[in-house]
Design a protein around this ligand. Structure first.
Ligand code: 3PY
Ligand code: MG
Length: 540
């Protein structure tokens, strides 16, 4: 069995409890629970914070995942979770020696608390404690006589070294009592003063409900949270809080809370399941804006632009204004359908030209902002500022100018009952920086933000806004990129499909879809992965 280090992050640094001395699993288990004390109490005494996984699904593989991921502690929720006696016992067995096993017990009762400790929990979190008497009862249930009323036994302890366990358990087991009602808050000081209470653990959801601050918490709620922490501190004990996700856990740790929930399996798995299913479903009440559309497509001289024009023609667009800075560059494209394609000279950074284009094309129902520039320039490249400014000018300000100019046109046509939409040709790099072309990414991120804002501003007028975010596409823009590239025709096909089903954010191709999935699940890991694509070193 490989040696393991149980490490707990504290404000002071990292406490390492080396279990390599233990000769076998049984001895390590004993060491875990008794010989070297309870790491939880040691961390709290130092003012440190433990991040716990909080598991209610009753699923042993999830316990293994949390332990395998290196959780400091794993809390088995026997109050609202579906653990039964057998699965709880097995789960504690998986956690022991690798992380701190905690149980939020089903109720403040001697049987519930005793059974959790018999399984090998190093601490109990006791729900709904409202008075000092209730706190005394919780402590008594967790201690062997004469300090309390806990009964001797438990399979795990009996097959181990019960003498050693039973003589040390009263000191090492941690008792956290949950303050989660207005009455509990009123009595918090007396509860904190009960000998043997090691922590006030705030049940933030129940507390909010009890205070009439659910579902939206205001300043009174936050003040109460902080006052409970101050009460615990004044009594010389720790304060923890149910946080439910890691962003809040990090912030509560900063504030000095000493037990926080960094991952949770019920809502934590339900939310992505719900979101993924909803995302796959075609939008309700969506009308495909392509059949009969009057489209306006920028940047049709090369890349994805001409393929998009072809897709719109195939989809039944009545007329398409095709633009390029130099109309001669699109003569061949226009010749493919001269009755439906209208050439127009347009530089999207030229305000006067943009205004004139919107005035000349007042029949437009579908605006495709495809024109863009990529200087393939890292942020710190020589001349990088000049290139970055151009990318912002074209990709962000140019697209903004187009949307501002065409919004009245689209709103008027939508009001007349025509399905109207805007398509912004973005990139997966709108969502994540790739350092080799860092300044392009910054401009594309701004363009994505613009897309979100425009989507919100135009929704009530019946204009739908789409963001197309492929990975590398085989165009002039990515000539310096060495990896796999998708054909521009495939991106145009994805645009056509998104318009037909009303899918607002689209990630065509494996690269984009993979990065998008990574960002949803592990944004820091995804950033680190793309950070590896560094630019070549510069001269000078
Ligand atoms: C609460 O927030 O009330 C809890 O008990 C957390 O599960
Ligand atoms: Mg609760």
């Amino acid at each position: 069995m490989a040696a393991r280090l149980l490490s707990c992050r504290t404000r002071a640094g990292v406490i390492r409890k080396d279990t390599r001395g233990a000769k076998n699993m049984t001895e390590r288990g004993a060491c875990d629970t008794m010989v070297e004390g309870n790491p939880l109490k040691a961390v709290w005494a130092e003012g440190g914070c433990i991040g716990t996984a909080w598991l209610g699904l009753g699923a042993l593989p999830v316990v293994e995942m949390a332990v395998g991921a290196g959780a400091d502690a794993v809390t088995l929720d026997a109050q609202h979770g579906v653990w039964d006696r057998t699965t709880l016992e097995a789960a504690v067995g998986l956690i022991r020696g690798r992380a701190i096993p905690l149980v939020r017990v089903a109720e403040n009762g001697a049987t519930a608390i005793g059974q959790a400790l018999d399984a090998g929990a190093l601490g109990v979190i006791v729900p709904m404690v409202e008075t000092a008497d209730q706190a005394r009862a919780a402590v008594a249930a967790a201690k062997y006589p004469p300090a309390g009323i806990r009964s001797a036994g438990g399979i795990r302890h009996l097959i181990g070294d019960f003498k050693a366990y039973s003589t040390g358990a009263n000191d090492t087991i941690a008792v956290a009592v949950m303050i989660e009602t207005a009455r509990g808050v009123a009595n918090a000081a007396e509860i904190a003063a009960v000998p043997g209470v090691d922590m006030l653990f705030i049940g933030a959801v129940d507390l909010a409900i009890s205070m009439g601050e659910w579902p939206d918490q205001g300043p009174a709620f936050e003040a109460t949270i902080q006052s409970i922490k101050a009460t615990a501190r004044a009594a010389g004990i720790a304060c923890g809080i149910f946080t439910g996700h890691v962003s809040l856990a990090l912030d509560r740790r900063r504030q000095g809370f000493q037990l926080v929930v960094v991952a949770e399996d019920v809502v934590g798995s339900a939310e992505p399941i719900k979101a993924n299913i909803a995302r796959f479903r075609p939008a309700a009440d969506h009308t495909d804006p392509v059949p009969g559309a009057v489209a306006f497509v920028t940047g049709t001289n090369r890349g994805i632009g001409p393929h998009t024009v072809r897709q719109l023609l195939d989809g039944g667009a009545a007329r398409i204004y095709c633009t390029a800075r130099d109309p001669a560059a699109i003569a061949d494209l226009i010749a493919t359908a001269p009755d439906r394609l209208v050439p127009m000279a347009l530089d999207i950074t030229d305000d006067a030209q943009v205004t004139a284009a919107a005035a000349a094309a007042a029949d437009v129902t579908l605006l495709v902002n495809n024109a863009g520039v990529n200087h393939n320039s890292p942020l710190l490249a020589i001349d990088g500022t000049h290139r970055a400014r151009q990318e912002i000018e074209v990709n962000y300000l140019g697209t903004l100018g187009m949307i501002r100019a065409f919004a009245p046109v689209l709103k008027a046509n939508a009001a007349a009952g025509r399905p109207c939409a805007i398509v912004n040709m973005l990139s997966i790099l709108s969502r994540q920086n790739l350092p080799a072309m860092g300044s392009l990414c910054a401009s594309k991120a701004a363009e994505y933000s613009l897309t979100q804002g425009a989507r919100a501003e135009l929704a009530a007028a019946g204009v739908t806004v789409f963001a197309i975010m492929p990975g590398a596409v085989d165009t002039d823009m990515t000539r310096d990129f060495q990896g796999p590239k998708m054909p521009p025709a495939a991106v145009a096909e994805a645009i056509r499909h998104a318009l037909s089903i009303g899918q607002g954010d689209v990630y065509p191709g494996d690269m984009a879809a993979g990065v998008a999935a990574g960002l949803a699940l592990d944004p820091i890991g995804t950033e680190a992965m793309l950070a590896r694509f560094l630019p070549p070193p510069f001269e000078g």
